[in-house]
Structure formats: C-alpha cells, structure tokens
Write a protein that binds this ligand. Sequence first.
Ligand SMILES: C[S@@+](CC[C@H](N)C(=O)[O-])C[C@H]1O[C@@H](n2cnc3c(N)ncnc32)[C@H](O)[C@@H]1O
Length: 368
Amino acid sequence: MVERHTRPVPGGRAVYLTERLWELAEGLPVESVPIDSIKAFDEDCWFGGAAVTCRMVARHAALIQKADLSFPVILSADGRLMDGGHRISKAWISGATTIDAVRFVVDPEPDYIEPDPPGVVQNNRQYWEALAPARPGEPIEVLETGRNVLNEHERAAIGDIRGRRVLQLACSVGDEALVFARLGADVTAVDLAPSHLATGRAKAEKLDLTVDFREQDMMSLSEDLTGYDLIFISWGGLCWVPDLDAWTRLVADRLNPGGKLIVSEHHPLWEVLTVADEDRLRITGDYFTPDRQGYADPLKAPQITRTIGTPDIPHQSFVWSIGNLISAVLAAGLTLNSFQEFPVPDMYDGLAGTATRIPATYLLTAIR
Ligand SMILES: C[S@@+](CC[C@H](N)C(=O)[O-])C[C@H]1O[C@@H](n2cnc3c(N)ncnc32)[C@H](O)[C@@H]1O
C-alpha cells in the first residue's frame, strides 16, 4: 500500500507520497521539537473515523514497536506532521517529551491534487453518508468464508486473481473487495462515502486482510490508481456514474494492457419495469433517458431505503441502457469479451411464473 500524506487545499486535497517526502527532506537540519506542539498527535491520523477495535490498535502498536527513532519525523513549514506518527508515539511511550524532526522551509509541491467532486457527486456523497449507518454489509462470519458474496457468474469472470492488481469502484463497505483480497489479489477499493470506507477498513482489520480503501470520486481517480489487471463494479454502482463515456475512458486508461473490466449490474430493463400484477408489468421509467427523476418504483431505490426511508437529501442516479454501455466500452477502445443477461425471478416479485423470461441482471466483461 502506498503511504501518503494528504491535506485539504482549495478545490480538493493535496497528496504527498511519503517516499518522495523522505527524498525531499534529506539533508534538512534536524531539530528537537516538543511532542506536545505536534497537533497530529492528538488527532485521528490512522483510523479514518472508524470505530476502533483492539486489533486495529494492536496493528499500530506493532508499527510503533518497529518504528526507528534514528529517522527524524517530517514537518511542513507550518509545523504540521507529514510523516512519523508511529515514531512520535514510540518516543512518547518511552517518556520523551521531544522528538527529532526536520521541517521544510517551503513546502514542496504535492505529487497531485485530488479534486473535489462536482455538485451532483457531492450531493450523492451526502445521500450515501446518510444511508451508511444502516448499511453494514455482510457480517464478518460470512466474509470469513467469502461464500455468497460473489455469485457464480462473477467468480467465473474474475478467474484466478492471485497476485493481480484489482480496483473496485463504488465499493461501499467493501465486502466484495475483501473477497478479492482473500483470493490473493492486491486490492484498491474506492467509494465516495467516508463512513462506508471506515466500515470496510474495520472489517479488513478484523479479517486480517489488506485492502487499500480510498475516498474518491470514481469519475476522477487520483493518478496513482493505475496499472490494474481487473476493474470491477457491481450492484447499484454504475447507476451513480453521471457520464458513462468519460467513466469508461477513465477505466480503460487505468487498466493494464490485457486487463479486464467487469460490470455486474441490475439490468436497465428491470430498472424501468414494475410488477403490476401476476401477469402484467408497467413501464415506470424511461429506458432511453439516463437521468432518473426519482424512483417511480421504490423497489429500484437503494434497498436500505425500504427499511429506513429516503433521506431528505438531493441525489441523482442514472439508468444506463445496454446500448449506452456497449457503445461506451467500444468508444473507449476496449474489446467486448462477453455480455450475459440473467433472469432473477425474485427481482420481479409477484410476476407468477413468467419472470424467468425477462432479464433482471447482466454481466459484461471487456478487455483493454
Ligand atoms: C449500492 S452501493 C454499491 C454496491 C456495492 N457493490 C455493494 O453491493 O455494496 C453504491 C455505492 O456507490 C457509491 N458512490 C456513489 N457515487 C460514487 C462516485 N461518484 N464515486 C465513488 N463511489 C460512489 C456510494 O457511496 C455507495 O457506497
């Protein structure tokens, strides 16, 4: 996992890669700095707001034990910690009140800026944050086996991912990403909503699995998220993409040559059909207009809203038709490898018998 220091800047977050900070800080004069003057020591630098478990603390305790105090910590020009939380902790535990530090006279340029998402995406972030507390995902006991998280078609499409670099987009609480990690992949998992990611991180700690959970808009992935063998999105992920052509170009750009995109989703036909009675469907959406104006059929809204209701926060999702998706994949220069459609009678609850004759889900694979 690449170590980074980030901080808010106008319009986004500045990202500094720790390894580059070490190079830039070489040769700076070492000074002795009071530990109490370093604000980060009293802030949450490690847990991203997650409910902290003993295992999480133990992991950092191990890093604190290993920390090498012969290397000074790195401070920005205004005294903010850029690298060295474990060294400060080690020094403090040993009773020290000061720590060796180097300080930039002028801060270096960041490696890159992660831009703030546009308005529609910011609204969607708030909406998903509001849903997060009610959406814990699969319990740890299920994730310990990995069973039932991926379906048989997904497992077949994914194949052997041992040692492969996998990126999951719109990962939510990370259940699928954790299965990829269990299968031996080197996994990055991206979502907009920090609370979902915090749940994912806590699960990873409990399961002793490594997933690089990153808070990002999947429309503007940071530059270091590249070189993937597999990019995966599923179950109510694609409908949050506001510009399918731009998204598919970005995905193609972040795949290695020969790398695979998998989209495993609700079928757009299902999105616009509502069961009226046991042998009748009503058309309650527009297959040809991606911008969805609310959910005419509440069964098409995120499942959790059926339990806790819909938060009063503006949000915008999209119905991408099969034509939209395949055209975007081809326009991005990917090769369409497979496109499967599946009936799932339970998704047309109330349609007696005939629900096996229409698609409810699909799985697309495309290769760069
Ligand atoms: C229904 S969940 C995703 C499905 C996931 N496969 C699962 O089964 O839990 C939708 C997720 O998309 C995320 N999301 C929405 N817009 C996004 C964006 N622009 N970038 C990244 N994630 C986004 C939400 O925060 C939410 O966690």
